[in-house]
Design a protein around this ligand. Structure first.
Ligand SMILES: [Zn+2]
Length: 310
């Protein structure tokens, strides 16, 4: 069974459920909260059924909130089952075009929901700093051709890549045409823990890594050798083969996704780092992407947890 057939079975299965059934299911999966605090008086609300759906009802205000308030599903013209299907297909790596053929939703809308889900997954997963031994490298990701008057110019899209050696953790930053120290150093600092060992080529932007930050920095001269065996204290292997093979895999993934607009390369690369880092299955990714989808709720649920343990 191929992806398209499997997706159409999932669609039939989900659309057979009633919206009420699906809300219960989504609450079991924590996509919709099961407890809710009033935003005004901060009291816990009661769940109530009205004519159309469920609501949160505050006994003090008495303010009412949609049961979907603050979630990925809130304020949409599409029903919760369709929105869930879009999310499922997003984490299953279907293209926007493929989803538009399966569901009665425009490519433009699907694209917006894909973006929202990926952003939620990225934000919750890429918070940890790289540490230990980290390889860094830049790679030319794409050439973007555009016309200026009669001239055709090419804009190069360089990407800075970082990979932790003892794990699959990696980060990417689109830097466009500029690979200067002023651009690269702050990016490295933003995602690599101090005291880490950094391996790179001899690109001049990296010269001050050791002096400006508390990193230990080893370089390999690509024009002479791929593995620098001359300067090896202990068992340190000076090479950047880890990040180089990561590049190849990332570019392959990129081609499978049939490329994307240059404005979205950063998001795709961020998402790719999550997929690579966690070896997550589709179910996990779906839960991460939909668990309230909104950080407002993190505060609320943390509050509730503290209240419960008191
Ligand atoms: Zn209230």
């Amino acid at each position: 069974m191929d992806k398209q057939q499997r997706s159409s079975l999932i669609k039939d299965f989900v659309m057979k459920m009633s919206i009420q059934e699906f809300i219960t299911y989504a609450q079991d999966r924590q996509w919709i909260p099961t407890v809710f605090k009033c935003e005004i008086c901060h009291n816990f609300c009661a769940q109530q059924k009205n004519k159309l759906s469920y609501i949160w009802y505050c006994k003090q205000c008495p303010k009412q909130y949609s049961i979907l308030y603050g979630t990925y599903f809130y304020n949409s013209k599409f029903d919760i089952r369709l929105l869930s299907l879009i999310a499922i297909f997003c984490v299953s790596e279907l293209t926007v075009h493929q989803v538009a053929r399966l569901l009665p939703v425009s490519e433009r809308n699907i694209y917006g929901y894909f973006h929202q889900i990926r952003q939620a997954i990225i934000a919750s997963q890429l918070v940890q700093l790289l540490e230990g031994e980290v390889e860094i490298d830049e790679s030319l990701f794409a050439r973007h051709k555009y016309h200026v008057g009669r001239h055709r110019k090419t804009m190069q899209i360089w990407v800075l890549g970082l990979k932790q050696r003892d794990s699959d953790a990696c980060r990417f930053f689109v830097v466009g045409n500029t690979r200067t120290e002023a651009v690269l150093l702050p990016l490295i600092k933003s995602c690599v823990k101090n005291q880490s060992v950094i391996y790179s080529d001899k690109w001049r932007a990296y010269f001050n890594l050791q002096s400006h930050n508390s990193y230990v920095h080893y370089t390999v001269n690509h024009s002479i050798q791929f593995v620098n065996r001359a300067l090896m204290p202990q068992n340190i292997l000076i090479h950047t083969q880890g990040i180089e093979s990561t590049w190849n895999a990332a570019k392959m993934h990129f081609r499978m996704m049939r490329g994307c607009h240059k404005e979205n390369i950063q998001e795709y690369l961020n998402y790719y780092s999550v997929l690579k880092q966690k070896h997550r299955n589709v179910e996990d990714l779906l839960d991460i992407g939909l668990n309230f989808n909104n950080y407002y709720y993190e505060d609320v649920t943390q509050d509730i947890v503290t209240n419960q343990t008191q």
